[in-house]
Write a protein that binds this ligand. Structure first.
Ligand code: ZN
Length: 115
């Protein structure tokens, strides 16, 4: 599997979502905090957004960003593309569609029905 390709896709998608979040932050007149781009998943976890901003941001974008961060960590640790539930390789066609997925198509039907 071409990990470099998926790393590139994930990185550009991450940039796109960060731009959306950044724009939301800049639009919020009640917030004077300096925007600092999160450098790693821990920074992202500590990222504090006011409730006001949080409600404005598309929850899905925020969720996807977290998934992307974790997928990038999995690429770095060599676990990318392996289903977290059954341990099998995730179909490459599926990764093309959802590069940050953590389950193979069979498991995703069972475990991500609330997405
Ligand atoms: Zn699976």
């Amino acid at each position: 599997m071409d990990l470099g390709k998926f790393r590139e896709i994930l990185s550009s998608e991450r940039e796109r979502i960060l731009e959306i979040l950044k724009a939301e932050k800049e639009n919020d007149v009640n917030t004077n905090d300096q925007w600092t781009e999160p450098k790693d998943p821990e920074d992202l976890a500590n990222l504090t957004l006011s409730d006001d901003i949080r409600t404005k941001i598309c929850e899905r974008e925020y969720h996807t960003l977290r998934e992307i961060e974790e997928a990038l960590v999995r690429i770095n640790s060599g676990k990318y593309g392996i289903c977290e539930k059954c341990g099998k390789f995730i179909e490459e066609e599926r990764l093309e569609l959802i590069p940050w997925t953590r389950y193979c198509s069979a498991c995703s039907k069972v475990y991500t029905k609330d997405r």
